[in-house]
Design a protein around this ligand. Structure first.
Ligand code: PAF
Length: 283
């Protein structure tokens, strides 16, 4: 990877880190990268340090051959798929951690150590690929904010680009984990986005109390037969501080289990005449 990188002259190198199980959401990242960069590198690596359950790690969808074919069809220049031994050789002991509010709540609270694993692996991948721009999905809004913070704090010169969530026709955000849902779980999983979107609509109609909107999301998910809400929270989209009442921009984020499959999603609520929808941009 380093040898290839040192030979690249002229034009930006763009990078899309993934854990494989590629779907249209990932491909939208590679397409954005392709449109803006001379070279596109995609990594496929199921990073063990960001899983806090051995079962979840074991079940995570893997199909490198299929992923490689999809990336080739997209014109990706380099598929980087390191092994566990290469990424975490015997004696490995160094971790990168973003502290404070950004990692304290939501997925940080329900998956202890998760973001430490993400920032460690992304930091290692940045060192190996040395990208000019790196692309991440807004479905993982907290991860995106944590990586932006890490890039800033650690003086990375890489530009972090957030790309809007890609959804199925019924609103379900595309995720590699969707492949693990049974038919009935898949039917119920659409409620995750529906509940978040209902909270957004209710906010646009005038409801400003976060607990009312959060309870609305919880009631809708917990009413389902095979679902269990892990969290539904309204937070500042930049700092991830919980909000008691809505601000101009508030992120409604939720995580829920459908059967044994954990899914996350979020919706940006913009009030005071601002357009609603996905949140984007670069830093
Ligand atoms: O979003 C993901 O797929 C992973 O968290 C990432 C960024 C590739 C790090 O393993």
């Amino acid at each position: 990877m380093r040898r290839w990188r040192s030979r690249q002259r002229g034009g930006a190198v763009g990078f899309v880190p993934t854990m494989g199980g590629l779907h249209e959401g990932h491909l939208s990242l590679t397409r954005a990268c392709r449109a803006e960069c001379a070279r596109v590198v995609v990594s496929v690596y199921v990073n063990p340090t960001q899983f806090n359950s051995a079962d979840d790690l074991c079940r995570y969808p893997r199909n490198l051959e299929r992923d490689a074919a999809a990336l080739e069809a997209e014109g990706v220049n380099i598929l980087f798929a390191p092994s566990d031994k290469e990424m975490y050789p015997a004696g490995y002991s160094t971790y990168v951690e973003v502290e404070g509010q950004l990692t304290a709540g939501l997925c940080g609270a329900s998956r202890p150590g998760h973001f430490r694993g993400v920032t460690t692996v992304v930091s290692k991948l940045f060192h190996l690929v040395c990208p000019d721009r790196a692309y991440f999905g807004q479905k993982d809004a907290q991860q995106l904010a944590v990586i932006r913070r890490m890039a800033l704090d650690m003086n990375w010169s890489v530009q972090i680009v957030g790309i809007p969530t890609v959804r199925d026709s019924d609103g379900l955000a595309l995720s590699s984990r969707n492949a693990l849902l049974s038919k009935s779980e898949r039917r119920q999983a659409r409620e995750l986005y529906a509940a978040l979107d209902a909270a957004r609509r209710s906010a646009l109609e005038g409801e400003r109390r976060a607990f009312v909107l959060q309870n609305g999301i919880a009631e809708r998910i917990n009413a389902l037969e095979n679902a269990r809400l892990e969290y539904a929270e309204l937070v500042d989209p930049d700092t991830f501080e919980p909000c008691a009442s809505l601000k101009k921009r508030t992120l409604a984020a939720a995580a829920a289990y459908f059967g044994s499959v954990r899914l996350i999603d979020n919706v940006l609520i913009e009030i005071d005449g601002a357009a609603h929808g996905e949140h984007g941009g670069t830093s």
